[in-house]
Ligand binder design. Structure first.
Ligand SMILES: C[S@@+](CC[C@H](N)C(=O)[O-])C[C@H]1O[C@@H](n2cnc3c(N)ncnc32)[C@H](O)[C@@H]1O
Length: 259
């Protein structure tokens, strides 16, 4: 899929498969279940159709569908979409799953809400492609629709940055994380070393780190208005103590893109 894009780290399915237990633990599913109502309270909306961009195994899509939303989950990783399908079946909810790169998904004037949750934004080597994703989402929203992006902000990262950390996964595997800030504090380079059953696998990946202002400016540039920054999905103030950077922007009712 997405043959016209150059291969990047997120195209390696084994990254998502081998680290599944770490990224999508039962606790993380429970967290999303608890956060979904908070996240909805941040939105000035009435509509029910949701685009869950980079939906992964359905942590957000499924609780939303259970609350009566009509959800489309888009993700490039077949392994995660298969998990999402199985999870939705277990939860007895109907969701549309689309396997597509976020740079290629556009469905004009179709959604009341778009979500990009749990640091699913900023993945591209060429940060203009992040802006392309924003443009796609803008086009895919109905006039009056809202986009929420949830990432780790630059301020918090600067505060808690550790070059190395480690964790033990649910299945006993060990994960050593090494981090380096590169390109004048615009990107983070990660090396994750996974030791499972005495086998060692190394994953290297980089992504762009945004400040609130940088993300707000990019959203405004593609046409979003009334762009608000929060420090958590519960709507705490954004500032030096904010552990998340949550940005909510609205596609104006007129639906016109700023030139
Ligand atoms: C950190 S996970 C977050 C998943 C989900 N939003 C959640 O909250 O659990 C990032 C997701 O982005 C997806 N992804 C990565 N690169 C992508 C791309 N270029 N296009 C679409 N999905 C992508 C991955 O497959 C993965 O599901």
């Amino acid at each position: 899929m997405a043959a016209k894009h150059k291969q990047e780290w997120f195209d390696d399915d084994s990254f998502w498969r081998d680290l599944y237990l770490y990224m999508f633990s039962d606790q993380r599913f429970a967290d999303a279940e608890a956060q979904v109502d908070e996240a909805l309270r941040l939105l000035p909306l009435s509509g029910k159709s949701v685009l869950d961009l980079c939906c992964g195994p359905g942590r957000w899509a499924i609780p939303l569908a259970r609350r009566g939303f009509k959800v489309t989950g888009v993700d490039r990783t077949k392994f995660l979409l298969d998990k999402a399908r199985a999870n939705a079946k277990k939860a007895r909810v109907k969701i549309e799953w689309v396997q597509k790169d976020m740079r290629d998904f556009v469905r004009s004037d179709s959604f009341d809400i778009a979500l990009s949750m749990f640091t699913s934004f900023g993945y591209f080597e060429d940060s203009d492609e992040d802006v392309l994703v924003l443009r796609n989402v803008f086009q895919s929203l109905k006039p009056g629709g809202v986009l929420t992006i949830d990432v780790v902000g630059k301020k918090w990262l600067a505060r808690i940055f550790q070059p190395t950390s480690s964790a033990v996964l649910e299945d006993g595997a060990k994960l050593i994380e090494r981090h380096e800030i590169i390109d004048q504090w615009t990107r983070i380079q990660n090396e994750w070393i996974l030791i499972r059953k005495n086998k060692v696998k190394t994953f290297r990946f980089r992504h762009t780190i945004y400040s609130g202002r940088e993300l707000k400016d990019r959203m405004t540039a593609v046409g979003f208005r009334d762009v608000k920054l929060y420090g958590s999905l519960a709507g705490e103030d954004y500032g030096p103590n904010a552990q998340r950077l949550v940005v909510v922007g609205t596609k104006p009712a007129a639906g016109r893109k700023k030139e």
